[in-house]
Write a protein that binds this ligand. Structure first.
Ligand code: C2E
Ligand code: MG
Ligand code: MG
Ligand code: MG
Length: 278
């Protein structure tokens, strides 16, 4: 990417803080143009599997931007940028529409019992007509809202707690589940937990990554799972990469997992071949 933007150094961008003003501007302009048609965007899907039953319980939709001139820019870079330059709202509606129509297609094929998770940004929740638009998209796609899960982060929740709470409750009233993503990375995890109408928490990848025999992270994750259970929340572990991690999570009674061990996020057709055809 750096090369293509005319720099001599080669570097990869891991966060939106890593690039300078010029690159930022270039990427912003490309992003603006890309959003006009949304042609260069697609969704990849990552499976979530129940640890006890070993069954597929759902999938997370993850946005990809395949820009011919910049190469693949990861969501960690373009999502924060889209938030900053005011594009996350149209992008977010596109994501939701696409994820709902994909879910509908899969349900028609294999029946229900799957939950589609979609990530939300704080800016989306701030739209005055957000709940109405969500309702409209659900209606158009014909999906059952109880088969949808919106993932929010603590930062989103803490933005304007009163307003966020009211929106989340309206979504909940329509049947949509709410999951707290990246759990454990924020500052006030515990107080947020019993204030929000959550169904699920997703334990952040950083805790899982360092979880192996003898590591302190086992104690932390054990405590998170126990706490979630006592609050009657469903727990999903993110970023499971090894059999050992999976086994440890299973022994803890964690409900479900997601991670490269099972599959990377993959395009819909591949997902269907691998996980939905038997
Ligand atoms: P997230 O919602 O926490 O998504 C999980 C991220 O962890 C994904 O990165 C996924 O590819 C990665 N991951 C899953 N399993 C493993 C593993 O075993 N090992 C490792 N190393 N990574 C794993 P991805 O797709 O790059 O997305 C990054 C973030 O971008 C997401 O984090 C989410 O915050 C945001 N994002 C992606 N798509 C959307 C979207 O449609 N809307 C919004 N608002 N944000 C999105
Ligand atoms: Mg997520
Ligand atoms: Mg996450
Ligand atoms: Mg994240």
């Amino acid at each position: 990417l750096a090369k293509q933007l005319g720099r001599s150094r080669t570097e990869t961008y891991s966060t939106n803080m890593d690039f300078g003003m010029n690159d930022r501007l270039t990427i912003s302009n490309k992003l603006r143009r890309a959003v006009e048609s949304m042609d260069s965007f697609s969704l990849h899907y990552q499976p979530q599997v129940d640890l006890n039953a070993g069954m597929l319980v759902g999938m997370e939709a993850l946005l990809r931007w395949d820009n011919p001139t910049t190469g693949g820019i990861t969501p960690d870079v373009f999502i924060p940028l889209a938030e900053t330059i005011g594009l996350i709202v149209p992008i977010g509606y596109w994501v939701l529409r696409e994820a709902c129509s994909q879910l509908k297609a899969w349900e028609d094929k294999v029946g229900d019992g799957l939950v589609m998770s979609v990530n939300l940004s704080a800016k989306q929740l701030q739209q005055p007509d957000f709940v109405e638009m969500v309702g409209q998209i659900i209606e158009e796609s014909g999906v059952d809202p109880t088969h949808l899960c919106f993932e929010i982060t603590e930062t989103t929740a803490l933005g304007d707690m009163g307003h966020v709470l009211s929106i989340l409750n309206q979504l909940l009233n329509r049947g949509i589940h709410i999951a707290l993503d990246d759990f454990g990375t924020g500052y006030s995890s515990l107080s947020v937990l019993n204030q929000l109408p959550l169904r699920t928490i997703k334990i952040d990848r950083s805790f899982i990554r360092d979880m192996h025999a003898g590591s302190d992270h086992i104690a932390i994750v054990t405590a998170i799972v126990a706490m979630a259970k006592s609050l009657k929340l469903h727990v999903i572990a993110e970023g499971v990469e090894t059999e050992e991690q999976k086994q440890i999570l299973k022994d803890m009674n964690c409900d479900a997992y997601q991670g490269f061990l099972l599959s990377r996020p993959i395009p819909a057709e591949q997902f269907e071949d691998k996980f939905l055809s038997h």
